[in-house]
Design a protein around this ligand. Structure first.
Ligand code: C2E
Ligand code: CA
Ligand code: CA
Length: 723
């Protein structure tokens, strides 16, 4: 880890260094000042001393010389050397006296302190210092560095008879001065030392105080900053409660301002986070929880109440696309919002506002519901019933009452899944099954459904691959029998998928997938081409009335220009339009009635006949016959199946055939499996029969040999005039 000097440390260091610098500077100044001052003092003192000492000395010398001048008057006057000698002797004892000369008025030596009297009578005039004394009787003091000379006149009553010349040494005085200076210096040194110690102690105390103060101040800065750092970090991690602590510790300085800024940032951040969280977990249109939130809730429920029992319902609205297409997207949105409200009310009513209840919109027209406390199967049934009645009651939109249906898949915890993922997936699968089973219904999940879904996914993937090799698809043919003559007059072409690995796949397993994924468009076109090519090859063998029908899915009708495609291949393979019938289911017409009507007209105008397939399974089959002009109907095999046992179906078929005959339409009965069925439909006036009783769908070569077996080529097949 890199060593870091934190703010507190930095501040303390700087303050400490500043204090040290100032202390050192102060001490240095103080020392310098005291040194200069003491030097000055010593100088002053020694000067004063010197002055005093000299004054003292000159006073003493004066006294001695005065005494001598007085005492020596008589001996000099009387020229009594002996007496002078006795008087001078004690003075000469003093070591300070360097020279003592007594001279007469003529400037000649009277006595020089020497016992031998060698200089007696010699001239002393050469000594200039005695001149003022001889001439004016003045006393002279003269200092040199090492000596003091005093010349005093010997006189009485203004009569000068000579003088005393005294030279004393200053050595002692100088020594005294020096000793005194030494003493002062010593005292000074002691004082300075004490001063230094005082300064050092004061500096140390000051340093300590400044360090302490710096630390206190630094703490008062860094503590709240450190705290703020921790709080900001906590806020960053989404703990907005700390913002309250910040508000409680208001300060009046910059740190206070910073705290306030952080607090207000936290408040704004909290609001934004709430908003974002809401957006992340809710559907913007209906305000319901979204898929993420639902999964979370489901997971929590399983974790917190593992012993509970609840159901996950997957609701998908039926034909919601039609609402969007016909009324516009804003109306679709309006409908979804209404439905969301209804579902919520409904679910809360069912579960008595149970807190675990949740309705969620997971996209488009899909809703997920968690309904707790559904133990028995009957509960599920009654709940679904209530939900259905809730969503099915008409919604008023643009002055029209709209009824929306839906398919519901149910997965129960813990029987149909133990994890959120499993439950949702299984409810989804059950919903698909409900859709496949005719919509507007509900299904409970069963494990077999799962297999069919896996199979479906497998087929979808394989189907996508097969698009690069459409030759895997072939057309099989099921004969159409003229019920009056019992002869083959044509066939229905039915697609088969010869998959290299899966083998022969029946259309029931892949057509719906191909339709949903729009893969039916290239496949359908390929089948049209194939049929035209086949008809070209058969043309020499069949008479003009022979025709083959082909099934067309809704996507082809709405998304492709069928007339163009048919015209192109019929021309390419020289196939006359009368040889082809187009089978379309009536539910296909429901999707967009106007467009369907338009397309039908175009197709029929191009000369291709259209048959309404699976007739009777739609709700308004009979009324459709009036609206859409078609050439024939194929009665669904579900009616034919029960015709011999169910009188109601018998009546229905009779009514259908009668009506078709009335409208001059051709009638084909599908799914004839027995002779009785064939006889009955024939007796009701049905024109053509198709079913296992005659033949199952078969491949081309088999169909051809079947025809050759039973009928001779060309003009042999009897054709009904209306066909
Ligand atoms: P569909 O148009 O109603 O076709 C008739 C179906 O009934 C065929 O099933 C046929 O094999 C079956 N069938 C015929 N006679 C009897 C009988 O006596 N008893 C019973 N139980 N069934 C009988 P297939 O060939 O499996 O076709 C199923 C559906 O697949 C067709 O129903 C049609 O909707 C669709 N389909 C088939 N071929 C094509 C095609 O080329 N294009 C499109 N778009 N759909 C096709
Ligand atoms: Ca058909
Ligand atoms: Ca049919």
């Amino acid at each position: 880890m890199r060593w870091k000097l934190r703010l507190q440390g930095q501040y303390m260091l700087v303050t400490f260094m500043l204090a040290v610098t100032m202390t050192l500077m102060g001490a240095a100044a103080h020392l310098w000042l005291s040194k200069t001052q003491s030097e000055h003092l010593i100088q002053e003192l020694s000067f004063q001393n010197q002055k005093t000492f000299k004054q003292e000395l000159s006073k003493r010398a004066d006294q001695i010389s005065s005494y001598l001048a007085k005492a020596l008057f008589n001996p000099l006057y009387t020229y009594n050397i002996e007496e002078a000698q006795i008087l001078v002797e004690p003075v000469l004892q003093s070591s300070e006296i360097l020279e003592l000369t007594v001279f007469d008025i003529h400037g000649n030596v009277f006595y020089d302190g020497n016992e031998a009297l060698t200089l007696l009578g010699s001239s002393f005039k050469s000594n200039k210092k005695i001149q003022p004394t001889l001439q004016y009787g003045a006393t002279l003091h003269s200092f040199s560095n090492t000596t003091l000379t005093v010349v005093k006149p010997i006189s009485a009553a203004d009569q000068i008879i000579g003088g005393v010349y005294l030279k004393t040494s200053l050595a002692r005085v100088n020594k005294d001065i020096e000793d005194m200076s030494q003493l002062i210096l010593e005292i000074e040194n002691k004082t300075t030392k004490r001063l230094h110690l005082g300064v050092a102690i004061a500096a140390a105390i000051m340093l300590l105080c400044s360090a302490l103060l710096a630390s206190i101040i630094a703490r008062s800065w860094s503590r709240p900053l450190q705290k703020l750092t921790i709080q900001t970090d906590a806020i960053g991690r989404g703990n907005f409660n700390v913002a309250k602590d910040i508000a409680a510790e208001a300060r009046n300085d910059e740190i206070g301002e910073l705290s306030e800024a952080v607090r207000s940032m936290a408040t704004k951040l909290e609001q934004r986070t709430k908003k974002i969280t809401h957006l992340a977990y809710h559907d913007a249109l209906t305000e319901l929880p979204n898929r993420t939130r639902f999964i979370q809730h489901l997971q929590n429920t399983i974790k917190s109440y593992p012993a509970t029992s609840f159901s996950v319902l997957f609701l998908d609205l039926d034909e919601f696309k039609v609402v969007n297409d016909n009324y516009g997207h804003s109306s679709g949105d309006f409908l979804l919002i209404r439905l969301a409200e209804r579902l919520t009310d409904c679910a809360n009513e069912i579960t008595n506002d149970h807190p675990l209840t949740m309705i969620s919109r997971i996209g488009g027209d899909e809703f997920l519901m968690l309904i707790p406390h559904l133990k028995a199967l009957q509960d599920v049934d009654s709940v679904v019933k209530k939900i259905f009645s809730g969503i099915r009651s008409p919604i008023l939109m643009e002055n029209e009452e709209l009824v929306v249906g839906g398919s519901i898949g149910v997965a129960r915890y813990p029987y149909n899944g133990k994890t959120a993922d499993e439950l949702i997936k299984h409810a989804d699968i059950a919903m698909y099954r409900a859709k496949a089973d005719g919509k507007n219904t509900h299904k409970l999940f069963t494990p077999t459904m799962f297999k069919s879904v896996v199979k479906r996914a497998n087929i979808e993937r394989e189907l996508r691959r097969s698009l690069t090799d459409l030759s895997q698809f072939e057309l099989w043919f099921q004969p159409l029998i003229d019920l009056k003559t019992n002869r083959i007059i044509g066939a229905e072409s039915l697609v088969r998928w010869r998959h290299p690995r899966l083998g022969l796949v029946p259309p029931g397993d892949f057509i719906s997938i191909a339709e949903e994924t729009a893969m039916i468009l290239p496949l359908g076109q390929w089948l049209i081409e194939k049929l035209c090519h086949q008809l070209q090859q058969w043309s020499p063998y069949f008479d003009d009335g022979f025709h083959v029908s082909i099934n067309i899915s809704s996507k082809q009708l709405y998304r492709q220009n069928l007339v163009e495609i048919f015209s192109f291949y019929m021309e390419k393979f020289q196939v006359p339009t009368r040889c082809i019938r187009m089978e379309i289911t009536e539910s296909l017409l429901l999707q967009d009635e106007e467009e369907a009507e338009k397309q039908l007209k175009l197709i029929r105008n191009a000369g291709i006949q259209v048959w309404l397939d699976d007739f009777g399974t739609g709700y308004s089959s009979l009324s459709y016959l009036r609206r859409f002009t078609v050439d024939g109907i194929k009665i669904d095999r579900s009616f034919v199946r029960d015709i011999t046992s169910d009188p109601k179906d018998q009546q229905l078929i009779q009514a259908m055939i009668a009506m078709a005959n009335n409208l001059d339409l051709l009638v084909v009965a599908e799914g004839i499996e027995t002779a009785e069925q064939a006889e009955l439909v024939s007796s009701f006036g049905c024109d053509i029969g198709q079913g296992f009783y005659y033949d199952k769908p078969m491949p081309v070569d088999k169909f051809v040999s079947r025809l050759i077996d039973k009928q001779k080529p060309k003009n042999v097949v009897h054709i009904d005039s209306r066909m």
